[in-house]
Design a protein around this ligand. Structure first.
Ligand SMILES: [Cu+2]
Length: 456
């Protein structure tokens, strides 16, 4: 064989040169001096950066974003890709990975994710670095209506060595064009300190998901996932006494009284710890140990909402206000507790952005699946394709619209039913604590006032 300088050999050669250089510098020195160790955690600021010759003296990211934003006009939702911390009760022996001792009290799990900047003013934006929520803000908008989701990127506070872009990929939208796909090899993405406006105008109502599409094994698993809903034009009309619907069904079959979205995600604590400790997980060893429902595990899933309205996030100063009595859930704003009066129709919008198939069961209540992946279950000649089940098998990236009729009240205060993952690994060592599980609370007719906001 001829000894040619192939690309592979060239790479080998440069690899050895790099290794030699690293050796002479001292790899330990390099790691200690240039990378981040949790004990010495320091967030790089703009003052640490050398002035860029092409943009004059350094200015704050806030000022930069405000300048760009003013030029760009209005938005409906303003998100930032960054990192942060959440809390999962340590119910398993996972030392040293969970609880993560690098976490600021009272948190224990490192995340990438989206922070809700909607309504923040100049001077407040940069403060949301390392303040992601999980799941990302849920948002609703009507079909055939333009909705502008603005995305910026505040960088990763724990990992200034990573300068990853972020995107909003609107998962499940039909006829998507690559420009908006968010997959960075065929599309555009948002680097640190920049803004991009995603304008959605979607003719098909239903339950969708969104996630960052950059390095998605990392960014999706680490928490850059959320739910988005397109409401039907039929809303506000009256069919069978209902005025809110999942689809344009024409007959009220998808009408409902109360709405409870639920996103499934899973946490492999070792991978999350790896990212906060400048390590790289071996993704083919993927082995999640916590399974979350709206970003929490049982019994935290029953605790109240931090906020429900994306446009008016509940804030103390610039930071999210924790749910009442639970400071550790400050960045996990969504409850999964389902409350209803007997006889009411309850909509559960179930979607999975974990990496594993899950099976969610409701004990004692028949669930009717009326929609799947933003499609009404109705044949082209009007056949009713909805079906009853007690278990939903849901793969990653799938969505189900489930309506159940609350059973008559049996005398409990209130009556309680479980909605839970049938997989024992997702059931918190068999104790229920730490499980992917929530409760349905059924009250006597007329007890609860009509629902004005989803999730309440
Ligand atoms: Cu990302």
């Amino acid at each position: 064989m001829k000894n040619k300088l192939t690309r592979r050999n060239f790479l080998k050669l440069s690899g050895s040169a790099l290794a030699a250089a690293a050796g002479s510098y001292g790899l330990t020195t390099l790691l200690h001096d240039k990378l981040l160790w949790p004990a010495e955690a320091k967030v790089a600021t703009l003052a640490d950066l050398p002035p860029a010759p092409f943009c004059g003296p350094p200015q704050s990211i806030d000022q930069l974003l405000v300048d760009i934003a003013q030029a760009a006009g209005n938005y409906d939702l303003f998100l930032a890709g960054t990192d942060g911390w959440i809390y999962i009760p340590p119910t398993q022996n996972l030392a040293p990975y969970h609880p993560d001792t690098a976490a600021p009290d009272p948190f224990n799990t490192y995340m990438f994710g989206f922070a809700n900047l909607t309504g923040l003013q100049s001077g407040e934006i940069e403060s949301q670095k390392m303040k992601v929520q999980h799941p990302a803000p849920m948002f609703w908008f009507p079909q055939d209506t333009e909705f502008t989701a603005r995305l910026t990127n505040l960088g990763l506070g724990m990992r200034p060595d990573l300068i990853d872009d972020h995107t909003i990929h609107f998962h499940g939208r039909r006829n998507a064009i690559p420009f908006f796909d968010g997959e960075p090899n065929t599309s555009i993405a948002v680097p640190i300190g920049r803004i991009f406006d995603y304008v959605f105008d979607i003719p098909m109502p239903g339950t969708y998901m969104y996630h960052c599409h950059v390095e998605e094994v990392e960014h999706v698993h680490l928490g850059m996932t959320g739910l988005v809903f397109v409401t039907p034009a039929q809303n506000g009309t009256n069919h069978n006494g209902f005025t809110k619907f999942v689809y344009n069904d024409g007959d009220g079959s998808t009408g409902y009284d109360r709405e409870f979205p639920m996103l499934l995600s899973d946490v492999w604590s070792e991978a999350h710890w790896d990212f906060s400790h400048v390590q790289l997980p071996e993704w083919s060893d993927y082995k999640p140990n916590y399974y979350l429902l709206n970003g929490r595990v049982y019994p935290d899933t029953l605790k109240p909402n931090g906020y429900v309205d994306f446009a008016h996030p509940n804030r103390t100063g610039t930071d999210l206000t924790p749910p009442s009595g639970s400071p550790e859930l400050q960045f996990q704003p969504y409850s999964s507790l389902v409350t209803c009066n007997e006889g009411e129709r309850v909509l559960i919008r179930l979607a999975n952005l974990g990496f594993l198939r899950q099976t969610m069961s409701m004990a004692g209540i028949k669930m009717r699946v009326v929609g799947k992946d933003a499609t009404l279950l109705k044949g082209r000649n009007g056949e009713d394709l909805s079906y009853f089940t007690d278990s939903i098998s849901i793969g990653p990236g799938e969505a189900f619209d489930i309506i159940f009729e609350a059973p008559s009240h049996q005398g409990g205060n209130p009556d309680k039913y479980l909605f839970y993952n049938r997989n024992s690994l997702a059931m918190g060592n068999g104790t229920g604590a730490g499980a992917q599980m929530t409760e349905v609370h059924v009250y006597p007719a007329g007890t609860l006032a009509p629902q004005t906001e989803p999730l309440t």
